[in-house]
Design a binder for this molecule. Structure first.
Ligand code: PEP
Ligand code: MG
Length: 556
């Protein structure tokens, strides 16, 4: 990649300028590695050392990051992986070669399964590379010790790497692979580090080359002109000044309230979000807390966690999503076995229906914790498809003494029948990540399908409009808690379509608040009309950008 600009996908807003530091490449096993006397022991030691190191890092990481690190450590402790490597050793392979082959065969199996499993291939590769480095006695691959501020460039950052980045030194992140909902994207946004993923040829960049990363537009400028650097810096300053000018509850310039809420994954996220200027939590992904649990958490254990999550939100609302297990987020204690198409399988609420014991324990714990705090606790179900599911869930939640119940709208069928679904519940929340995946029939884990998954796709906007209409008929609120809610331009469109709350990574709230404050509700409706009238996702965004207020255009 030479001087110029390359387009990727911006996944964490803001811009960064600095020298490239490349994430260390993994060391391959020597081609002629001889068998070792105590090869099996070396293999076992290496995997154990990797697991221990990942767990050590988990101790100091934040919730989402800690869960991912623990889950990766569990991969290193997988008895099947050790057995496969030991078999290779017994067949005469050297220990590093044995580890490499065992990991590769696991990766092949995971990749063939697709979806969540394919994404875990990155985690497995990381485990394998670390174990090989341990056996060979060389430094673990990954982020080198950083001595100066820099932009990290990698093929894809392993969760273990993203989770423990030195925020003070890492100005920005660029990866060659990944997608909008990859681990790197979610963690970078959570850490408020500007990031661009899916940048072709990123790893051809040399260490020390200066790049300008624009996490809003997805552009990476290589050796940019001083004018361009100045321009983006000025934009950042304008942005900071603009953001400071608007505080408090979200509202349009003519006073229509749009609640601005946080997406969180556990206690530490809750504590951090609780300190921010926002109106509560719009999505607590409870499954994130239990990603690494091997047995179902007890009512007491859960109550303790929920109490701590609710405490910072005294007087504010907290929307808790019941376990969204399966597909991209399998839980060991709620495993219903392998499936051909996990994203279309027994996941989310479908899994709760098969394991009502898990749902009941969770609702009991939520009810106890809610009664002990001053937070306005509301409970919603993931992956609701039909009216009967909504009614079943609502009954169970209310039987547990939890008064406000909602459903996520992330299946097109549910969106189309929202008028009937919303009769059963108190509110709806659009999960636009999954809604995009199912509307455009494109696996959300596949970076290659990013264009189809673009939340500006007019088809997705049509589906959202139908869902909002169904809520309006019933006089019930409809929010958004997918990533699209954190895009300031798209937020205007969503509000114009009738969405009444937006939930996002807390770092995205100020910009969305600013965008709303620059437009009347009627203008939002007009922008929504423009977006839906467009032929393509690109045209939709361009049309909205052209009509957005100059004050907003100056800062995005
Ligand atoms: C969504 O699908 O948009 C959503 C918010 O849920 P998750 O990303 O956890 O599937
Ligand atoms: Mg979802």
């Amino acid at each position: 990649m030479s001087v110029g600009v390359v387009q990727g996908i911006g996944v964490s807003a803001g811009s960064a300028f600095g020298p490239v530091v490349k994430v260390g490449a993994a060391v391959r096993p020597p081609a002629d590695e001889p068998p070792a006397d105590n090869g099996a022991e070396k293999v076992a030691d290496a995997l154990e050392a990797v697991a221990t190191e990942l767990e050590r890092r988990a101790l100091t990481a934040l919730d989402t990051a800690a869960s991912i690190l623990q889950a990766t450590a569990m991969l290193a402790r997988d008895p099947g992986l050790l057995a496969a490597a030991t078999t290779e050793v017994e067949g005469g392979a050297g220990p590093a070669t044995a580890l490499d082959r065992a990991v590769q065969s696991y990766i092949d199996q995971f990749t063939a399964l697709g979806g969540y499993f394919a994404e875990r291939a990155t985690d497995l590769r990381d485990v394998g590379d670390r174990a090989i480095a341990h056996v060979l006695g060389v430094p673990a691959p990954g982020v080198p010790t950083l001595t100066e501020e820099c932009v990290l460039v990698a093929v894809d950052l392993a969760p273990a790497e993203t989770a423990t980045l030195d925020r003070a030194k890492v100005l920005g992140i660029v990866t060659q692979e990944g997608g909008r909902t990859s681990h790197t994207a979610i963690l970078a946004a959570q850490m408020a580090i500007p990031a661009v993923v899916k940048v072709a040829g990123a790893t051809d960049l040399e260490d020390g080359v200066h790049v300008l990363v624009d996490g809003d537009t997805g552009e990476v400028h290589v050796e940019p002109t001083p004018e361009l650097v100045r321009e983006l810096r000025q934009r950042s300053e304008r942005r900071a000044a603009a953001l400071e000018s608007t505080t408090g509850p979200g509202r349009t310039s003519d006073g229509r309230g749009v609640q601005l809420l946080a997406n969180i994954g556990g206690v530490e996220d809750a504590e951090a979000a609780g300190r921010e200027d926002l109106e509560g939590v719009g999505l607590f992904r409870t499954e994130f807390v239990f990603l690494s649990a091997s047995t179902a958490p007890t009512v007491e254990e859960q109550t303790d966690i929920y109490r701590k999550v609710f405490a910072p939100f005294e007087g504010r609302k907290v929307v808790v999503r019941t376990l969204d297990a399966g597909a991209d987020k399998p839980l060991a204690f709620a495993d219903l076995g392998a499936e051909e198409n996990p994203a279309l399988g027994r996941r989310g609420l479908r899994l709760s229906a098969e394991r009502p014991d898990l749902l009941d324990a969770q609702l009991e714990a939520l009810s106890i914790a809610a009664s002990e705090t001053g937070a306005d606790v509301q409970v919603m179900a993931p992956m609701v498809a039909i009216v009967e599911e909504a009614a079943w869930f609502a009954r169970r939640v209310r039987e547990n003494g939890l008064p406000k119940v909602g459903v996520m709208i992330e299946v097109p069928g549910a969106a189309m029948r929202s008028a009937h679904l919303m009769e059963e519940v108190d509110f709806g929340s659009l999960g636009t990540n999954d809604l995009a995946q199912y509307t455009l029939a494109a696996d959300r884990m596949q970076g290659e399908l990013a264009d189809l998954l673009d939340p500006w796709q007019p088809a997705l906007l049509d589906v959202i409009a139908t869902a909002c209409h169904g809520a309006a008929i019933n006089g019930k609120p409809m929010g958004v808690c997918g990533e699209s809610g954190g895009d300031p331009l798209l937020a205007l469109v969503l509000v114009g379509l009738g969405v009444s709350s937006l939930s996002m990574a807390p770092s995205k709230v100020p910009m969305v608040r600013f965008a709303l404050a620059q437009h009347t509700f009627a203008q939002c409706q007009r922008l929504a009309h423009l977006a839906r009238s467009a032929r393509t996702a690109y045209d939709a965004r361009e049309a909205v950008l052209a009509e957005a207020s100059p004050a907003l255009r100056e800062v995005i």
